[in-house]
Write a protein that binds this ligand. Structure first.
Ligand SMILES: *Cc1c(COP(=O)(O)O)cnc(C)c1O
Length: 369
C-alpha cells in the first residue's frame, strides 16, 4: 500500500525559469524594495483580479491588521471571533485594545451577528470578523449593526483570496479588509499580505504608515511601521497570480471528490458550496461527531497521522484559550459554546493544488472504516 506522506498544504511555487527572468530584471534595475517596479505592477494586477479599487502590499498578513486598526484610530474594545488564527486577536492586543470575543455561527464558522449587539459597550469602536475558511461572513447584517452603533468593520480576509459573492469581490466589504500571502495560503508571495481600502486618500495614508510614516524625504506624518514588500516577493506574486485560477480549480476538484467520498458517513459533516459564491477552497474542514462516528476527533486525527496523512485542527485551541486571553470576561466557555464545540470537532483535511486523485482516495478511505 502506498504510504507516502500527504501534507495538509503545499505552496504554489513559480517555475524557476520564469522566476529567473524576473530576478535578472530586478538585479539590472538595482531597485529591490520600497515601492519598486514589480511592487506597483502587483498592486495593479491584484486590484483587477480581486475586483477592488485600492490595495497596499505588506510584508506579511499580520501587519495589515495592526496597521488598519492604527489607521482607523481604533481604541477601547474590538468585538471579534475566537475561532481564527491567533494573529487576528494579537493585532488587537498589540494596539493596546481589549478584544471582546463573541460566539460563531455554525453555518460558516464566522462571527454570529446575533451575538454582537449584546457585546457592545460604550468603549466598543470596531468589529473584526474573519471570513473563516474563505466562507463569507454575513456582511450585510454585520454592516447594519456597525452602522447602527457607529462602529468600524475590519475584515480579516486572510482565507478569502479571490472569493466573490454575486460577482462582487468580498474584500470590498467593511471599512478595510486584510489578506495574507503566506506560503500556506491559496495564493502566496512566500511571506506577504495586503490591505484593501475604498479610496485613494486612505491608500495614501496606509502607504505612509507602512513606511515609518514617511510622506517625503524629510517629513514623517505618523508613527508608522516597516511593513514594506520587496521586489523579489512581488515578482513571485506576479508569477503565482498567473497560476492561481488553475490552483483553485484543482482544489475545487479535490473538494468535489471529498464530498462524494464522505457523503453518508454517520457523524462526519462538511460544508457545501454556497449559492452565488465563488469559493477558493482554501480549506476543507470536516466536523466529527464522536458519538455518531464512534471515534473522537483526536482519535481520527491520530489515525490519519498513523497512515501518514496530515490534517490540521484549525482552529483548536480557540484563541480565547491561550494564556494571554483566557482571563478576559468574554473568554469563558459559557460565552462561546458553539466555538468550543466546533473547535473540538474540526479537522482540516489535506487541501492543495497538487493533491492527486489517489491521495484523496487514501484520505477518504482512512475516514471510512
Ligand atoms: C495566516 C493568517 C493570518 C496572518 O498572516 P501572516 O501572513 O502569517 O502574518 C491572519 N489571520 C488569519 C485568519 C490567518 O489565517
Amino acid at each position: 500500500m502506498d504510504n507516502t506522506q500527504i501534507t495538509v498544504t503545499s505552496p504554489l511555487l513559480p517555475e524557476l525559469d520564469e522566476l529567473d527572468a524576473y530576478l535578472q530584471d530586478i538585479w539590472s534595475r538595482k531597485w529591490i524594495t520600497n515601492n519598486g517596479h514589480y511592487h506597483k505592477e502587483l498592486e495593479a494586477a491584484l486590484c483587477e483580479y480581486l475586483k477592488v479599487p485600492y490595495i497596499s502590499l505588506f510584508t506579511n498578513g499580520t501587519l495589515p491588521l495592526i496597521t488598519a486598526l492604527q489607521a482607523l484610530r481604533i481604541t477601547g474594545e474590538v468585538i471579534t471571533t475566537p475561532f481564527s488564527f491567533v494573529a487576528t486577536t494579537h493585532s488587537i492586543w498589540w494596539n493596546g485594545i481589549k478584544p471582546v470575543f463573541v460566539d460563531i455561527d455554525p453555518s460558516n464558522c464566522g462571527i454570529n451577528p446575533d451575538c454582537i449587539e449584546a457585546a457592545i459597550t460604550p468603549r466598543t469602536t470596531a468589529i473584526m470578523p474573519v471570513h473563516c475558511y474563505g466562507k463569507p461572513c454575513d456582511t450585510k447584517r454585520i454592516q447594519e449593526i456597525a452602522d447602527k452603533y457607529g462602529l468600524k468593520v475590519i475584515y480579516d480576509a486572510a482565507h478569502a483570496f479571490g472569493v466573490e459573492v454575486d460577482g462582487r469581490g468580498i474584500l470590498n466589504e467593511g471599512d478595510m479588509s486584510t489578506l495574507s500571502f503566506h506560503a500556506t495560503k491559496v495564493y502566496n508571495t512566500i511571506e506577504g499580505g495586503a490591505l484593501v481600502m475604498h479610496d485613494e486618500k486612505t491608500k495614501q495614508r496606509i502607504d505612509y504608515l507602512k513606511n515609518f510614516g514617511f510622506a517625503g524625504e524629510t517629513t514623517v506624518v505618523a508613527p508608522g511601521i516597516n511593513g514594506k514588500m520587496d521586489e523579489v516577493r512581488s515578482a513571485v506574486g506576479l508569477i503565482n497570480l498567473k497560476h492561481v485560477d488553475d490552483a483553485i480549480e484543482a482544489r475545487h476538484k479535490v473538494a468535489i471528490t471529498y464530498r462524494e467520498g464522505l457523503r453518508d458517513i454517520p457523524g462526519i459533516t462538511y460544508f457545501e458550496d454556497m449559492p452565488g459564491v465563488r469559493h477558493n477552497y482554501s480549506y476543507f474542514p470536516i466536523f466529527v461527531d464522536a458519538e455518531q462516528y464512534g471515534m473522537t476527533r483526536d482519535e481520527l486525527y491520530e489515525k490519519l497521522k498513523s497512515r501518514n496523512i496530515y490534517g490540521r485542527r484549525y482552529f483548536y485551541p480557540l484563541i480565547s484559550e491561550f494564556s494571554t486571553y483566557r482571563g478576559l470576561e468574554s473568554a469563558t466557555r459559557e460565552n462561546l459554546p458553539v466555538a468550543h464545540r466546533i473547535a473540538e470537532q474540526v479537522i482540516c483535511l489535506p487541501m492543495h493544488h497538487e493533491l492527486g486523485a489517489e491521495d484523496v482516495e487514501r484520505v477518504i478511505d482512512a475516514i471510512r472504516r
